[in-house]
Design a protein around this ligand. Sequence first.
Ligand code: CMP
Length: 138
Amino acid sequence: MSNRTFTMIKPDAMKNGHAGAILDKIIKAGFRVVALKQTKLSAEKAGEFYAVHKERPFYGELVEFMSSGVIIAAILEKDNAVADFRTLIGATDPAKADEGTIRKLFATSVGENAVHGSDSDENAKIEGSFFFSGLEQY
Ligand code: CMP
């Protein structure tokens, strides 16, 4: 069934000039862009987005990194979107990511890992609506 996922191209990949190559891989893998924008998260907004990780030791570092530069946020549509997107991006830690995955190709470290991908249909909806109103989704 066709469904949606949410992604961000993170500040490391933006700064390293990989945004175009990452979007190209996403589109060539069959994802339709439902909504897309470049924006910058304040530390407060990054903290809100990642609130589920509040108790993790890396939370402060994650919030600081995610608010350190511009990002691209996007909603993507495809059959089996959440799982297929996670396969396309590879493991959270680029050292453990499969060859050819976006994180293997473009990520720097487990913290600065180039892209985000939702981990469930429910979170995809929550995360997509964090960035986009209904009128911005086509
Ligand atoms: P993401 O998929 O955006 O969701 C949570 C993020 O936390 C994850 O990608 C990583 O960027 C970050 N993260 C996970 N584990 C660690 C870690 N051990 N150290 C730093 N950041 C981490």
